[in-house]
Design a protein around this ligand. Structure first.
Ligand code: ADP
Ligand code: MG
Length: 360
């Protein structure tokens, strides 16, 4: 894999800030890769992006672009395109003038500017809108113009900081798919920051999860979702149940449930288990099915049934009052004859166990 971006041991403290905003962050991004920097607000994502861009200089560490150390290279000379959440377009310029601006200031000939602008407007599906002014566009269209403007000078790296954050849910969804397609056509090394795990998992080739200035995990969306490396990642990514328990008799007891104990964890060790709603098996209503012999099967009470489109979210309470949420289709709920207040048998297909914060 050709390397597009290397961040090596980046550290950043802000004057007056408490501690390190970026606390020894390292990663490599392949040339042409689309990577999401995902994490909660205040985790250090924007600061990392600004360091990559050269808008902020790190206290320690290096940044390499295509193998060249650019840590001391000025922002204008890094050949990077940016789009921020509210990256204002020039209000007094048309769409064409906005997109062509970066080429004009570089003194490119008229014909070349025209050609590149037309190409990019076609790419962002705004060919018909060249003569409009920003206030004549929707929010989603403006962000596409901002993206075309960032792409115009032919950057080798594109950095997007919550680019769709200010837009409504439906437009965000469209722009997500659009960004994915754009990336397939252009294959520019792209890093986009988001606090939205669904956005990160659905768009990116790989995801870097950041929290409190540190990298928690780097992996493909599948790895992040299926094999969270830390309890933080397990809790942050995907809708999930968190159960507490301890190891007893070689098994991890979680409320009325029991699963395999983490290897090497002796009796009395406290564990946290993360369970996806679709990894909970609802075996049936206790009054109507035989209890299975499996030791994992436990009883729970149906507290609430919430219909969400074609799914039903079933909120259960385990024997020791720990809540557990399951998702089933409407048809399955009808088939089981579930109603609120009933007792059911449940089983866990999968649980991710952590002793303190370490993955097992
Ligand atoms: P994120 O983008 O993940 O929300 P940021 O990189 O913006 O996180 O911020 C990381 C931490 O650094 C936060 O605690 C934030 O308050 C602090 N911070 C960011 N920029 C500055 C600044 N210019 N001056 C002081 N503190 C800052
Ligand atoms: Mg930010």
């Amino acid at each position: 894999m050709l390397v597009g971006i290397v961040a090596r041991d980046l550290v950043k403290r802000f004057p007056g800030g408490s501690g390190r905003a970026v606390d020894v962050v390292s990663f490599e991004i392949g040339a042409g890769e689309l990577v999401a920097l995902l994490g909660p607000s205040g985790g250090g994502k924007t600061t990392v992006l600004r360091i990559l861009a050269g808008l902020e200089s790190p206290d320690e560490g290096r940044v390499l672009l295509r193998g060249v150390d650019v840590t001391d290279v000025r922002v204008q000379e890094r050949n990077i395109g940016f789009v921020f959440q509210s990256y204002a377009l020039f209000r007094h310029m048309t769409v064409r003038e906005n997109v062509g601006f970066g080429l004009e200031i570089r003194g490119k000939p008229r014909a070349e500017v025209d050609r590149v602008v037309s190409e990019l407007l076609a790419l962002v599906r705004l060919a018909e809108f060249g003569a409009r002014y920003p206030h004549e566009l929707s929010g989603g269209q403006r962000q596409r113009v901002a993206l075309a403007r960032a792409l115009a000078p032919g950057p080798s790296v594109l950095l997007l900081d919550e680019p769709f954050g200010a837009l409504d849910a439906k437009v965000r969804l469209e722009l997500r798919e659009w960004l994915r397609r754009l990336h397939e056509e252009r294959a520019i090394t792209t890093v986009f920051v988001t606090h939205d795990q669904e956005e990160a998992l659905s768009v990116a080739d790989r995801v870097i999860v950041m929290n409190r200035g540190k990298v928690e995990q780097i992996g493909t969306p599948e790895e992040i979702y299926d094999r969270p490396a830390t309890a933080f990642v397990a809790g942050f990514v995907g809708s999930i149940n968190e159960l507490e328990g301890e190891v007893r008799g070689g098994r991890a007891a979680l409320g009325s449930l029991a699963v395999h104990a983490p290897p090497g964890a002796g009796d009395g060790t406290s564990v946290r288990a993360f369970v996806r709603p679709h990894d909970v098996e609802l075996v049936g209503v206790t009054s109507r099915v035989e209890k299975r012999s499996s030791v994992e099967v436990a009883t729970a009470r149906v507290e609430r049934l919430v219909r969400v489109g074609w799914m039903v979210r079933i909120e259960l309470k385990l024997g020791d009052d720990q809540p557990l949420t399951v998702e089933l289709t409407k048809d399955r709920v009808a088939e089981l004859g579930l109603t609120e207040g009933e007792e059911v048998f449940v089983n866990l297909r999968d649980a991710k166990l952590f002793v303190q914060d370490y993955s097992i």
